[in-house]
Design a binder for this molecule. Structure first.
Ligand SMILES: *Cc1c(COP(=O)(O)O)cnc(C)c1O
Length: 402
């Protein structure tokens, strides 16, 4: 059996999306900036796509900027707010400890330029407390940026509430909604969101294309300079096929949120129940406040990398930590942020189901994980120390799950 269960890393492009994109490679290939008809046709499709994306997000078309993906959108949102803030003497930014690196590393770069960054805690359940955001806001706060759903543990943040607080305090609010957009109903107007990032390849669209929404009135700064594309704010000939693919994939994802959640919730439950049977294991992140595709566990006495490679041999594609950190020996900053000690944070497993996941696949994942863990523990000196009592367990042998 082959089970692809790493949909938080990327997804397959759907057939419908590929078909919708094809004419924009070979037929309507004109440059949207050209004045002849094949260029103008491209321009028309570009603006239609912008209108559709805007309507889905509850935004206006001129508030939508097409980017090269989620990372660029995050960078541009933060840099825009930082530049505009600095002009008014506001050089303080609030975020959380478990953001994506596209956010955290941008903030680190700003810190070197004299900005002050406050990272609020995400607690054991992997959820930010809006009260802590409120308490952290100062006179000189330029921006609050909090992700909508975490990419490793899937926990969903109280975005509308944080947005309400930011509105009240007149501080701009950005959310990285890359992992949330296909699982949660999002409306920027209703949820008080000033800036938002999404990426097509996380919802069955192509890689290398994303959207930055910026509420009208907030000044946008360039990350890429050059031509006058995207109202002068993002230079470069538009990736029209990609933008069409993103739009079709987004329409599909958002239209099917409820049906997909209904299908996935019992499978997620089955997976959590099944993996909880493995001794000395624990679910990471809140049981209920999480996207329905995500299950993330820590196992004592296990090296995540070995776990995922042996699962690959069984045809199960999953991840340990995040894709960006695999290859490095540092444990996931997300798991450390929710209070997991180093030694168990190393033994983590992220399973992110696709919408077409089946019960058979889930059962196969559970069986495979249980077998691999028993095998790895059988010759692990670290595990030997735990069972001989030379080292203390971090987890209980079996945790009651509510
Ligand atoms: C994947 C991801 C990104 C990066 O998006 P790219 O399009 O790959 O640049 C940013 N934030 C989150 C939460 C993600 O999961």
């Amino acid at each position: 059996m082959f089970v692809y269960a790493d949909n938080a890393a990327t997804t397959a492009v759907s057939k419908k999306v590929v078909d919708a994109m094809l004419p924009y490679f070979t037929e309507v290939y004109g440059n949207p900036s050209s004045l002849y008809s094949v260029g103008q046709k491209a321009k028309e499709v570009l603006e239609e796509s912008r209108e559709k994306v805007a309507a889905i997000l509850g935004a206006k078309p001129r508030e939508i900027y097409f980017t090269s993906g989620g990372s660029e959108a995050d960078n541009q949102a933060i840099m825009s707010a930082a530049k505009a803030g600095a002009k008014k003497g506001k050089k303080h930014i609030i975020s959380s400890k478990f953001e994506h690196h596209a956010v955290l590393h941008t903030l680190q770069a700003l810190e070197k330029e004299g900005f002050e960054i406050t990272l609020v805690d995400v607690h054991e359940n992997g959820v930010v407390d809006p009260k802590e955001i409120e308490d952290a806001i100062r006179e000189d706060t330029a921006l609050v940026t909090i992700m909508y759903a975490n990419n490793e543990i899937g926990t969903i943040q109280p975005i509308a509430e944080i947005g309400r607080i930011c509105r009240e305090k007149k501080v701009w609010f950005h959310t990285d909604a890359v992992q949330a957009i296909s699982h949660v109903h999002i409306n920027v107007e209703e949820q008080n969101i000033d800036m938002l990032s999404i990426s097509a390849h996380k919802f069955h669209g192509p890689k290398g294309v994303g959207v930055l929404y910026v509420k009208g009135g907030i000044p946008v700064s360039n990350v890429i300079y050059g031509g006058a594309q995207e109202r002068g704010k993002r230079a470069g000939t538009e990736n029209l096929a990609g933008i069409v693919g993103l739009t079709v994939a987004l329409e599909d994802a958002v239209a099917n949120i409820d049906a997909n959640n209904q299908h996935l919730a019992p499978l997620q439950e089955r997976l959590i129940q099944g993996l909880s049977q493995i001794p000395y294991s624990e679910l990471n992140g809140d049981r209920h406040t999480r996207v329905t595709s995500n299950v993330n566990f820590c196992f004592e006495g296990i090296e995540g990398e070995s776990l995922l490679l042996l699962l690959d041999d069984k045809g199960v594609a999953v991840s340990s930590g995040s894709a960006c950190t695999s290859g490095s020996l540092d444990p996931s900053h997300v798991l450390l942020a929710i209070g997991r000690p180093h030694e168990v944070a190393h033994g983590s497993l992220r399973i992110s189901l696709g919408e077409d996941a089946t019960e058979e696949q889930v059962d196969y994942i559970i069986k495979s994980v249980a077998e691999v863990i028993e095998y790895l523990r059988s010759f692990s000196p670290f595990w030997g120390d735990l069972i001989s009592g030379k080292r203390n367990h971090v987890f209980a042998e079996h945790k009651e799950i509510a």
